[in-house]
Design a protein around this ligand. Structure first.
Ligand SMILES: [Zn+2]
Length: 101
């Protein structure tokens, strides 16, 4: 172990967040994911997306990297999507926690 703990995007699996997308109280970070462009606390609540619906839309539109300057050279979408299953329920927003229990 060691090193800084990083957080994972529940949409695309991008794992370079310094802040939890949703903290232990379910509060949103309002960060925008560099990869899929999802804004925590905005695209979910105000745009009415679920993680699944946004992910399906994003992949359906070609899974384009949102913020090009940070795109890894050897980016592997499927490898990154595998990160999603490592997310712990405490890092999900309140309204999704009950469902996962
Ligand atoms: Zn993302």
């Amino acid at each position: 172990m060691g090193g800084k703990l990083k957080y994972i995007c529940p949409i695309c699996g991008f794992d370079e967040f310094k802040n939890a997308p949703y903290d232990e109280n379910g509060n949103e970070s309002f960060e925008v994911c560099h990869c899929c462009g999802f804004e925590f606390g905005f695209d979910d609540v105000h745009e009415g997306h679920t993680f699944e619906s946004y992910r399906a839309k994003w992949i359906g539109e070609g899974a384009l990297w949102f913020y090009q300057p940070t795109k890894p050279i050897n980016w592997d979408l499927n490898l990154q999507l595998g990160n999603i299953e490592k997310i712990q329920p405490m890092y999900l927003p309140c309204y999704l926690r009950n469902r996962n229990q």
